[in-house]
Design a protein. Structure first.
Length: 157
């Protein structure tokens, strides 16, 4: 009888100790992390990026000064392609996919031509200025395509 009482007491102490240890690292997370903000967040990001002087007046700015702007655009083509493939819309949006691809190519051209300050190599200012214009034109097309997505345009159907 003493052994049984001792075992029950030891088991009770172990339960209390292990339950206390499980909270040591803080509260348990609820939910599965952050939710995907969807294409509406991309539309907001695009509106902000189109306020940049590198977008509004690419011919009036020294191309290396747009390196940060070009870096900020880096995720746009992939996000736009993902949203264009029907996950958020009623179907695929081939125009948005094409615009995203064009934007991605223009961003690669800027980087490959060493138009940014950190490139350290020689660059062709005229070609880099044209590339910034190409980026702005492609960004226009991406923004137009995103605006046509149902979750952005309000045409959920």
């Amino acid at each position: 009888m003493r052994i049984r009482t001792l075992l029950v007491a030891v088991a009770g102490v172990l339960v209390v100790l292990t339950s206390a240890c499980s909270r040591e690292a803080g509260p348990m997370p609820t939910g599965g992390g952050g939710e995907d903000p969807g294409p509406a967040a991309l539309a907001t990001k695009l509106r902000a990026l189109t306020q940049d002087v590198c977008y509004r007046s690419p011919a009036d700015i020294d191309p290396p000064a747009c390196e940060k702007y070009v870096t900020q655009l880096g995720s746009i083509p992939g996000s736009a392609r993902d949203f264009a493939r029907g996950e958020y819309g009623r179907g695929d949006h081939p125009g948005l996919i094409e615009a995203a691809n064009t934007l991605g190519e223009s961003l690669k051209t800027y980087n490959n031509a060493q138009c940014g300050r950190s490139a350290g190599g020689s660059r062709d200012d005229e070609a880099c200025t044209q590339t910034l214009q190409d980026v702005a034109d492609a960004l226009d097309d991406v923004q137009s395509g995103v605006q046509q997505l149902p979750q952005v345009s309000g045409q959920n159907g």
